[in-house]
Every structure is written in structure tokens, then in C-alpha cells.
Design a protein around this ligand. Sequence first.
Ligand code: FES
Ligand SMILES: [Fe+2]
Length: 323
Amino acid sequence: MIESEALKNEWHVVYRSKDLADGDVRLVRLLGQDLVLWRHAGRAAAWLDLCIHRGARLSLGRVTNGELVCPYHGWRYDLDGKCTLIPAQPKTPIPARARAETYHCQEKNGFIWVCLGEPAHDVPVHPEWENDDFLKVFTGPYTFQASAPRAVENVIDVSHFPFVHDSMLGQAGDPDEIENYDVEQSNEGLRAGPIVVSQPAGDHRRIPVRSTYRFWIPRPFMPYLMKSFDAERCFSHFMPVTPVENDVTLMWVLTSANFDKEGGEARITKRNADVFGEDIPIVNSQRPAMIPEALRQELHVRADKLSVVYRRWLTDLGVPGAK
Ligand code: FES
Ligand SMILES: [Fe+2]
């Protein structure tokens, strides 16, 4: 269990909406805790994966008549988590304590989001979600053997592009100098950019481009980037990150592109797999897996401005491992 009030009160992605059909029961893990996720009549529910009777896993159960049935003694729970039947004594009143431990659960932007505490902020509005000019492609989740802040810092860091993604997002033999850029902090999180770099194969068309990056991090584990090539063509990645354990992280990617849409889904899927395939071994190698407690334990240069502001913001928010 990751003990953090700050993280408990955030929304985290646990699944893709379309991958959970009516009647499905799944085991998912969030903040070091096992959850049962299930759906009936279109509504998804996320509970502690534990039956109050004898502690069996509810995720081993099944859905019958719209209720989740515990695999051990068949107690039934309705969508609100209330026990409706104890088969061994069906005529006896059901104790009030016979309930599942339920959590806040909502669906937005194609994801199922769970909050284990009391949500202090809603899931932010995704800028392209309602815009039909953009093709939407879901990829991942990609698994990092690293803490969530290390994974987030990877996708908001432009100076690694030429080295980790040589010949695609930059050139190791001719890296761009990163010009100074702005970072703003507000109650909408952090915004940074523009940052302009040259890329031999900067998008799923795989052609040389000058790319302008703008970053937005509305909540600590929800990095978003907009990358534009000219006045019309742009794409975004929304990359909510799920802290599964302190050092195990899932990154879900929703890519939106307003160009080269014909057949774009397959090319974006392949490209994202290539990019994250290059990032993951490097991020997994970082020590410590958590961000060091003090800024001075690593060395920061001007190009790292966004990471530095991000670390300070995490500290202010009380996110563990980022003191
Ligand atoms: S442990 Fe769930 S019904 Fe007994
Ligand atoms: Fe990368």
C-alpha cells in the first residue's frame, strides 16, 4: 500500500472503458492495493478486492443478475456494494456491515478512473476529446519498473530525444540546443513551452519536421503534450500515469492527430510502441527509482527547468518520493 493522502485523493486510470464489458470482472492494482473492477448495465464499479465475510477475492467471482457473487460462499453484492443475499441463511436479515468497500469511479476520455479517497479535483477536460477533426488512438498501457514521477519526467523532457530516440525524434550526432522556455504554474497545473526541435521522423508520417512542443500537466500524474508542425498540423499525447507500486507504473496513452488520419491508427500504434520501447529501459535504469528527496541530489541544467518546477510542485502537493 502506498501511503499518501495526496495520491489517494487524485483520480487514477485503472482500465480502458471499452475493454470492460457488461458482466466483466477484473483484478486491477492501484497504489499498492488490489481492486475488483466490474460492470453491469453500463456502470463500472471499483471496490477493495476483498469479501467482508472471510476475506476471499471478489475478483474471482462473477456477475449474476447484475450483482457480484463472491466465489467462496456466494454472498451477493449490488452495484452500490451492499450485500443482498447470504445463501446459507436467506431468511435472516443481512447485517448492515455486510458491504464491500467501494471507491469513487467514473469514466471520461475513454478511461475508467478511480479515486481511493475523496477527490479534490475532477479529471481535467481533454482539449481534443470532443473535436472530431482529430483521430483518437489509444495505446499502452506501457509498464515502467520505475516510480510514477520518473515516468512523467521522461515524457516532459525534450533533451533526451536525440539520444534515446536517435534518427527519429532527434540526432545524437547533431542534437538541438534547447532554447530557454517558459514554465507557468497555476491552479490548472503546469504549462511549459514553446520548445522547438528538429526531428528526422517527428510523427507517424516519418518525415523530417520542425516540431514545437507545449506541455501541460494538469494534475501530478497526467502529462499532456501538444506537438505542432505548422499552422494546421498537430497532434497531442495525453498520458495518464498509474502508480501501481512505488516502483511499478503504467502509462496509458491517448494520441490525437488532425492529419494523416487514413490508416493513422496502425502507424501511431507502431510508432508509440517504438518510442516507449526505447524509453522504458532507460527510465527503469534510473536510480533511485523514486525521485531523490532533495533537488541537489541530482544535477539540473537550464533545459531541465520543467522537471525542476515539477519536482517542487510535487513536494508542495505532498506526493511521496518527491520531497
Ligand atoms: S468469503 Fe465471500 S462469501 Fe464467504
Ligand atoms: Fe522518450
